[in-house]
Design a protein around this ligand. Structure first.
Ligand SMILES: Cc1cc2nc3c(=O)[nH]c(=O)nc-3n(C[C@H](O)[C@H](O)[C@H](O)COP(=O)(O)OP(=O)(O)OC[C@H]3O[C@@H](n4cnc5c(N)ncnc54)[C@H](O)[C@@H]3O)c2cc1C
Length: 631
C-alpha cells in the first residue's frame, strides 16, 4: 500500500531541477546554505530550448566557479566557434548568401579585446553557445556531487500548505508513495506550467504571441559537411519567412524552427519532421532542400508567450518563484533562462541571509520588486524585437519569388535592412545594465550624484547603489582576476586605498565591528593603487557590494555622511538586509515605475498581436510537452 514518508525539516525546498532550480541549489551552497531539491523527472531534458548564455549570465557561472568547467564539457562549442547568422533565401539558391551578421565575436576574439580594453565597458565572461540538454545534465552532475544539496529525482510536487512559519509540501515518487517535506521556504522553479504558482494562487499577465512554432532537433553529418565546405561555419541560418536552422554543437547536431503565423494555420499533427527540415532549408520560395538525416532526436509544436506574474512571492511570504514559473519570454533576444539565472542568484543570497538569521523580513519583498521590474523591461524589449522582425518578414514575403533573382533591387534593400536587425540577441542595456531602479533595499547617494539614465542600447558602468559593479581586471592580473572575483559569499566592502577621507579607515573598522555583532558575513577587500578601477567605480573610498555583485551603498566624497557613526552603519545594514525599507523613491519622468512598465507592456503586446490574458494561460492550446506541467 502507498505510504507517506516524512522527511526531516529542510530550510529551503526547491521544486524543479531545470536550469534555474539546479543553479539555485548550487548558489545556495555557494552561500553556505543547505537545501533540498525535488525534480519530477529522473532524466534531464532532451529539448533544445536554449542555445545561448549571455555574458552576464556567464558571470553568474563564474561567481559559482562553473564557467571554465562548462566550457570544457563535450558538445559545448569551443573558443573559436563563430556566432555567424547567415541569412539565406534557401539552400537551393545558387547565390551563396543573402546577408551575414555576427551578433557577437567568438570567445577567442573577445579574449583578445579583453587584453586591450580594460576600461569597465566589458564583462569578465562572454556569450557562450550551449544547448539546454547539455547544460542541464552538466548542472545535474554538479548538484549530485554537492554535499549541501539533498536531491530527489523522480519526485513530483503535488501541493503545499503555507503558514507564517513555513511550508508543508506533499510530493509523490515514481512508485506512488507520498512524501511530506517541511521547510522555511518553498521555491517554485517548476517552469512555465508551474503547479507551485497555480497552487499559490499567483496569476500571470500576458499571453501567447500570434505565431506558432514547430521544432525538429536532429543529427546530420551531411549537413555539417555542407556547412563547413559551402557556407562557412555558422550558428544560425535564417531562411526568411518560415524559420531557421541552428547549429547546436558544431558536431552535427542541429535544430530547425518552423516559425511564423503560417504554423497556426497548418495542421501540425500532420507534419513529417524530415519533410519539415527540407522545407526550412529550401526557404520560403525555393524547393525543399534534401539532405541525409542520421537521426531525429525530438520534435514538437510550441507556442511562444509573453507573460509575467502579478507577484514573485506569496502573500504570506514563504513561497517564492524564479525562472519560467514567474515569466514567459519568447525566443526573441534569448531572455528566458538569461533572466532566471540572475533571479536565482539574487534569491539565493537573500534566502541564505534569512535562514542564517542576518536577513530581515523585507528581503523577499525587495526580491519581488527588483525582479519584476527587470522582467518587464525584458518583455518590452522582446516585444520590440518581435515587432521589428515581423515587419521585416512581411516585407520579405511580400516581395515573392523574385527575391531569388540576384539582380533584384528589393533583394538588396532587404539584405541591407536585415543586417541592422538582430532578434538573436538583446541590446547591451538589456543584457548588461540591469539596475535595481526602484529597490527599497539599497542606500542611495545623498550627494546629488546622478547615475547615467538607463539606455536600452548601452552598457554604462557605474558603482551607484542599484547598479551592478563594473568588471575590470586587476592591473597585474589582466585576463585573470576580475573585480567580480573579489565579491564574497556575504557582503563585500571594497576599500580603495589610499583613502581620500581620513575617516575611511575608521569607517572600515566600524563596518567590521557592527557586522561581527550582527553575525553578518562581511568581507573587506582592499584595493591599493588600483587607480583605473577606482576611476571607473566613480572615485569612492568605500563601496558596499551584495553577493550578486550589485552596489548597495558607497561613500560620498563631498558630503557630510557620518561614515564613522555606528548608528549610520547599522542603518545601512538594516536597509541592505531588509530589516527596514528605504524610502520609496520619488518618481521622475525619465525612470518609469512598475505600473508605467505594465501599461507599456500591455500596449506592446497589442502591437505584436499577442493575446493579453489575465489569470493564467491554462486555456491556451498548441503547447509543447516542455511548456506544460509534467505528468
Ligand atoms: C526554443 C526555445 C529556445 C530558447 N532559447 C533560449 C536561449 O537561447 N537563452 C535563454 O536564456 N533562454 C532560452 N529559452 C528559454 C529557456 O528554455 C527557459 O527560460 C528555461 O528553460 C527556464 O528554466 P526553468 O528552470 O525556469 O524551467 P524549466 O526549464 O521548464 O524547468 C522546470 C523543471 O521543473 C520540473 N517540474 C515541473 N513540474 C514539476 C513538479 N510538479 N514537480 C517537480 N518538478 C517539476 C520539470 O521537469 C523541469 O525539469 C528558450 C526557450 C525555447 C522554447
Amino acid at each position: 500500500m502507498a505510504q507517506r514518508k516524512e522527511h526531516p525539516r529542510t530550510p529551503i525546498l526547491i521544486v524543479g531541477g531545470g536550469p534555474v532550480g539546479s543553479l539555485l541549489a548550487l548558489s545556495l551552497s555557494h552561500f553556505h546554505q543547505a537545501s533540498t531539491l525535488v525534480e519530477a523527472s529522473t532524466t534531464t531534458t532532451r529539448w533544445p530550448k536554449m542555445e545561448q548564455i549571455n555574458g552576464r549570465t556567464m558571470e553568474v557561472l563564474r561567481i559559482l566557479g562553473l564557467a571554465d568547467k562548462l566550457r570544457s564539457v563535450d558538445g559545448v562549442p569551443k573558443a573559436d566557434a563563430p556566432w555567424t547568422v547567415l541569412h539565406h533565401t534557401g539552400l537551393g539558391d545558387p547565390v551563396p548568401e543573402f546577408a551575414r551578421v555576427d551578433p557577437h565575436l567568438s570567445l577567442k576574439e573577445e579574449k583578445k579585446l579583453d587584453q586591450q580594453h580594460n576600461d569597465g565597458t566589458r564583462t569578465s565572461e562572454h556569450h557562450q553557445r550551449c544547448v539546454l540538454d547539455i547544460f542541464e545534465s552538466f548542472l545535474k552532475t554538479e548538484v549530485l556531487r554537492n554535499e549541501n544539496v539533498t536531491s530527489h529525482y523522480g519526485m513530483k510536487y503535488l501541493s503545499h500548505i503555507e503558514n507564517e512559519n513555513g511550508v508543508s509540501t506533499i510530493c509523490i515518487d515514481k512508485e506512488g508513495n507520498e512524501h511530506e517535506f517541511t521547510s522555511n521556504y518553498l521555491v517554485g522553479c517548476d517552469g512555465a506550467g508551474s503547479r507551485v504558482r497555480r497552487n499559490t494562487g499567483i496569476k500571470l499577465k500576458g499571453g501567447p504571441i500570434n505565431i506558432g512554432a514547430y521544432l525538429v532537433h536532429f543529427r546530420s553529418e551531411e549537413l555539417l559537411e555542407l556547412e563547413k565546405k559551402t557556407y562557412g561555419r555558422f550558428w544560425h541560418l535564417n531562411t526568411h519567412g518560415i524559420g531557421c536552422l541552428v547549429d547546436q554543437d558544431e558536431s552535427g547536431t542541429f535544430t530547425i524552427h518552423n516559425f511564423g503565423p503560417h504554423v497556426l494555420q497548418e495542421d501540425v499533427t500532420k507534419y513529417d519532421p524530415e519533410e519539415l527540415i527540407y522545407r526550412i532549408l529550401g526557404g520560403a520560395f525555393g524547393k525543399p532542400f534534401k539532405i541525409k538525416i542520421d537521426e531525429i532526436l525530438v520534435h514538437s509544436a510550441y507556442r511562444p508567450n509573453f507573460a509575467v506574474v502579478k507577484s514573485f512571492i506569496s502573500e504570506k511570504g514563504r513561497v517564492v518563484l524564479a525562472g519560467d514559473s514567474a515569466h514567459r519570454q519568447p525566443p526573441h533576444g534569448a531572455l528566458g533562462f538569461n533572466s532566471g539565472a540572475h533571479e536565482q542568484l539574487d534569491l539565493a543570497w537573500k534566502l541564505s541571509a534569512l535562514v542564517q538569521g542576518y536577513g530581515g523580513l523585507h528581503l523577499l519583498d525587495a526580491y519581488a520588486l527588483e525582479r519584476k521590474y527587470i522582467v518587464l523591461q525584458n518583455l518590452i524589449h522582446a516585444t520590440e524585437l518581435a515587432r521589428t522582425f515581423t515587419d521585416y518578414t512581411v516585407q520579405y514575403l511580400t516581395t515573392g519569388p523574385q527575391i531569388l533573382d540576384p539582380a533584384n533591387a528589393e533583394r538588396q534593400r532587404l539584405a541591407d535592412l536585415v543586417r541592422g536587425i538582430s532578434i538573436e540577441r538583446a541590446a547591451d542595456g538589456v543584457e548588461f545594465d540591469r539596475r535595481l531602479t526602484h529597490s527599497r533595499a539599497i542606500v542611495r547617494d545623498i550627494d546629488g550624484s546622478q547615475s547615467p539614465l538607463w539606455d536600452v542600447d548601452k552598457y554604462q558602468p557605474s558603482s551607484a547603489p542599484g547598479s551592478r559593479v563594473p568588471h575590470l581586471w586587476l592591473k597585474t592580473k589582466i585576463g585573470e582576476t576580475s573585480t567580480i572575483d573579489l565579491i564574497s559569499h556575504g557582503l563585500t566592502l571594497v576599500c580603495f586605498e589610499p583613502f581620500y577621507q581620513s575617516t575611511s579607515e575608521q569607517a572600515k573598522a566600524v563596518f567590521l565591528s557592527v557586522a561581527a555583532k550582527r553575525n553578518i558575513p562581511l568581507h573587506v577587500v582592499v584595493l591599493k593603487d588600483e587607480s583605473r578601477v577606482r576611476s571607473v567605480w566613480e572615485d569612492r573610498d568605500l563601496v558596499l557590494v551584495r553577493p550578486d555583485a550589485y552596489s548597495l551603498w558607497r561613500s560620498q566624497n563631498q558630503s557630510q555622511q557620518p561614515i564613522t557613526s555606528e548608528d549610520y552603519i547599522q542603518e545601512i545594514f538594516d536597509v541592505a538586509l531588509g530589516v527596514k525599507e528605504a524610502e520609496k523613491r520619488k518618481t521622475i519622468p525619465t525612470e518609469p515605475t512598475e505600473e508605467d512598465l505594465m501599461v507599456e507592456f500591455a500596449e506592446k503586446m497589442k502591437v505584436v498581436g499577442a493575446e493579453d490574458t489575465e489569470g493564467g494561460m491554462g486555456e491556451v492550446k498548441f503547447v509543447a510537452g516542455f511548456q506544460v506541467e509534467v505528468e
